[in-house]
Design a protein around this ligand. Structure first.
Ligand code: PA5
Length: 447
């Protein structure tokens, strides 16, 4: 089976035959701009060739540091927000047993996250819980100045130093940040932490194939080489020379652009496996931050089905007709569970006897797609053979590539995020951060 398949046939009630293919040269031109570094934001295109550039030595170094942390710690706290958080979280959730926390035997440390919120209770409960476990910290911030992770790191650094002493703490803390700038870089140098560099030309939300994503994965015992291999094969499948129809990223970008231009302004990423919930969160950040600017862009939303059919299903079926749906479909689950025959049949489910649960899920998927298409929600389908490091690596690179192509088709710079500064300015003004005196006076008048 192909590494990933995209099916656009369920857009046919909305798009005329050939309407997606009509955008093929535009999509391929956008892809070429990414490869030739000739489009907007071209100083942030380091992610395009990352899969091929990661060397065995890079992977060995990641595994070496991960090995040390794994030996020392039962819990690894990964600190980061946005692109410095969601990639690792997405892959770990996809690859973890749904009930990992209840397993009596553990081969690997538990990875938890901090710095992705400013909740006092979250941080209190984390610090409380860590008292019962040995722990280590991976602190991730490209800029090295982001407030949320900086607060979490200050608290955890104090705790780890109190518990283990400064020398041992420096063995248990790893920093991932810019090569030369930012408070985290300075701190890591001063304290002698092992440090990994986020390349200058790779933005946060495109950094899952740097140590930002790879080190947390390795500490959790995932096969990072397989993840990179999947991304590498997807990079080949979406390379500049690949014809439109064979390039899934170009086809996906063209299809969603064609729908957007017809007034479908909201894309719902749907999956039928709760393991993919954080893949959708990562995807929302990738597309929302890359495309939502200059008064333009598809709004990325997500649902996990069939759960959300019992909440959002009503809206999707009959609400405002500006939605389209992109389904991530997994061809084969990792395990088998069969529904048995029950002589009493009190629940009336004997019509399912002998079927696997996945057969029911697959029929739900088909039935929902037909219902939604009938209700005026065009449907794109992305099929992955299974959930594994290899296929998730391919999927994430596929989405990155399609995001770059889509962003150029929308004629925005997909690699900046000027809009995220507005809240920071207000928050700093309200907190009287030095340098924000004028903003403080202005905002106080508005309260
Ligand atoms: O995609 C992005 O660039 C952002 O989401 C950043 O990753 C996020 O703001 C965190 O930034 P930093 O890594 O500098 O702390």
């Amino acid at each position: 089976m192909e590494i990933l398949k995209i099916d656009t046939s369920k857009t046919s009630g909305t798009l005329a035959p050939g309407e997606i293919e009509a955008l093929s040269s535009e999509a391929l031109r956008a892809n070429a701009l990414l490869h030739n570094r000739l489009g907007k934001g071209n100083d942030f295109l380091g992610w395009v060739n990352l899969p091929q550039e990661i060397s065995d030595a890079d992977l060995a170094e990641i595994n070496r540091v991960a090995g040390r942390l794994r030996e020392k710690a039962e819990v690894i706290v990964v600190i980061g927000i946005g692109g410095s958080y969601l990639g690792a979280k997405a892959v770990l959730e996809a690859m973890s047993d749904n009930f990992a926390l209840l397993k009596k035997e553990r081969k690997h440390p538990v990875v938890v996250f901090a710095g992705q919120n400013i909740s006092e209770d979250y941080l209190y409960e984390l610090l409380e819980t860590l008292r019962d476990y040995s722990f280590a910290v991976i602190s991730i911030s490209k800029s090295g100045t982001t407030t949320e992770p900086a607060i979490a790191f200050r608290l955890l650094k104090a705790e780890i130093e109190k518990r283990y002493g400064k020398q041992e703490a420096s063995e248990r803390i790893v920093a991932i940040t810019d090569a030369s700038r930012g408070a985290l870089k300075k701190l890591a140098t001063d304290e002698g932490y092992d440090t990994f560099v986020i390349p200058d030309d790779v933005g946060g939300r495109f950094s899952v194939l740097t140590p930002v994503g790879l080190l947390p994965m390795a500490t959790a015992g995932l096969n990072v080489a397989e993840f990179v291999r999947g991304a590498r094969e997807m990079a080949a499948a979406t390379a500049e020379a690949v014809p439109f129809a064979e390039n899934p990223a170009a086809v996906y970008a063209a299809a969603r652009t064609a729908l957007y231009r017809k007034g479908f302004k909201i894309e719902i990423l749907a999956s039928y496996d709760p393991k993919l919930l954080y893949i959708a969160e990562w995807w929302k950040q990738l597309y929302g931050e890359s495309e939502g600017k200059e008064g333009k862009g598809i709004f990325p939303a997500s649902v996990t089905l069939t759960a959300d059919l019992h909440s959002m299903g009503q809206y999707i079926q009959e609400g405002e007709r500006t939605l389209f749906e992109t389904v991530i479909s997994i061809a084969e689950p990792a395990h088998r569970v069969q529904i048995d025959h029950d002589p009493a049949d009190l629940d009336g489910l004997n019509f399912l006897a002998g079927k696997r649960v996945s057969e029911v899920n697959a029929k739900a998927e088909i039935g929902v797609a037909i219902a939604h298409v009938d209700g005026g929600v065009p449907n794109l389908k992305i099929t992955l053979p299974q959930i594994s490091e290899y296929y998730i690596g391919a999927l994430l690179y596929f989405f990155e590539k399609a995001c770059g192509i889509s962003g150029y088709m929308l004629d925005v710079n997909p690699f900046d995020q000027p809009g995220v500064e507005a809240y920071k300015k207000n928050m700093f003004a309200l907190l009287n951060k030095p340098g924000y005196e004028k903003e403080s006076q202005e905002i106080l008048k508005r309260l």
